[in-house]
Design a binder for this molecule. Structure first.
Ligand code: DP6
Length: 365
């Protein structure tokens, strides 16, 4: 069954081919972390989380559903009805024609499979049973704990749903993005964002949180951009299943989230910073207590954590957080960001240091 492919296209609302759309999304850094699923299939988390979407860590993704599969009537392929052909065979065939290119490198195996499975959700929701070509460009290093899956799946959800003819509300788009990667539901929105854990597909979504008087920056300290030894998905599963510290950490998240939201309302960065740092250390403690242990830290991770301590002791506000990788992100007041970055460059000259400001939510082009 050969597939007729149309020419590559990077333009959003193409009149000749309305089944193409391009979207961009930024990565986000969690202040109160998401770590552990209550439902693996729907990606419902064990606890609500809070994040800051950052500028400059972007995925820009084009999704193009091919015109049709040769040898099938439109109605059979797009609607899946009445031909007597086994729909599952057609769907499997359609899926096998999906393609994925990331930063000009064609992908196969796990990466393509994960995107294809996500596209299945879009195909099922939209009724458009066609294969898709996905082309993505990123300014986020992959798999190094810099939230690449958040920007990737937020952009993919927006582009794929639009290309499939769906017009989702921001909340429904966040629910869809969540199915690709949990943290992606937060990247649908800019600035501070809360992901309500909920208990099912309907009730688990993200929404923006008013930043009030806070003027935030995050200084990313790149310890290593090597691929992490254990994927966050696997590490999360292992922590939930084997870490004796995990239940206590989940419990602490609800308290931390309330306190963080209060601190935001009061414009109290010192309080927000302290909770952010404590929550991240709690998550890593729970990971390290897994069996076998999940240890993402490298010697330079500890060097950066100590440097941040020292910077704070010297009177500048700076607080650390870490995700599923060795890199450290430092929360600070935007007005102190340059001074904090300079102090970090002095104290850990071996690490790259980059200042990020709050970024916008998902955008269609
Ligand atoms: C440590 O969203 O990548 O960054 O839902 O399995 O795709 P999946 O996990 P993912 O996990 C992110 C975990 C984290 C903390 C956070 O962003 O809240």
């Amino acid at each position: 069954m050969p597939v007729r492919q149309s020419a590559p296209n990077e333009v959003g609302a193409d009149v000749a081919n309305p089944r193409v759309a391009t979207a961009s999304a930024n990565a986000n850094i969690a202040l109160i972390k998401y770590w552990g699923k209550a439902d693996e299939e729907l990606i419902i988390p064990r606890a609500s989380s809070l994040s800051l979407t950052l500028d400059g860590l972007t995925s820009r993704t084009t999704v193009e559903f091919f015109d049709k599969v040769d040898g099938e009537e439109d109605a059979d392929v797009a609607g899946g009805s009445g031909s007597g052909v086994d729909c599952r065979e057609i769907y499997d065939y359609i899926k096998s024609a999906d393609s994925l290119t990331i930063d000009d490198v064609p992908q196969q195996g796990k990466a393509l499979d994960r995107v294809s499975r996500f596209l299945d959700i879009v195909r099922a929701q939209s009724g458009l049973h066609l294969p898709a070509r996905v082309v993505s460009h990123n300014t986020v290093p992959f798999g190094a704990g810099l939230a690449s899956s958040a920007s990737a799946f937020a952009a993919l959800a927006a582009a794929a749903s639009k290309a499939a003819g769906m017009d989702l509300s921001p909340r429904d788009l966040s629910r869809l993005a969540r199915r690709g990667s949990g943290s992606a539901c937060r990247s649908v929105f800019g600035g501070l964002v809360q992901w309500h854990a909920g208990h099912d597909d309907e009730t688990s979504y993200a929404e923006p949180v008013d930043m009030g008087s806070l003027d935030l920056a995050v200084i990313v300290v790149l310890v290593s951009s090597d691929l992490k030894p254990v994927s966050s998905r696997e590490a999360m599963r292992r922590t939930v299943a084997t870490s004796p510290l995990y239940p206590a950490w989940v419990e602490s998240c609800a308290v931390d989230l309330d306190e963080a939201l209060n601190a935001i309302r009061q414009g109290d960065l010192e309080r927000l910073g302290a909770i952010t740092e404590a929550n991240a250390f709690g998550m890593h403690a729970a990971m390290m207590a897994s069996r076998p242990a999940v240890l993402y830290w490298l010697p330079d991770t500890v060097a950066v954590l100590r440097a941040v301590d020292g910077i704070r002791d010297s009177g500048l506000g700076a607080w650390s957080t870490m995700d599923a990788g060795p890199n450290v992100k430092v929360l600070a007041d935007a007005r102190d960001a340059r001074a904090v970055a300079a102090a970090l460059r002095e104290r850990v000259p071996q690490c790259e240091v980059e200042i990020h400001r709050p970024g916008s939510g998902v955008r269609l082009h």
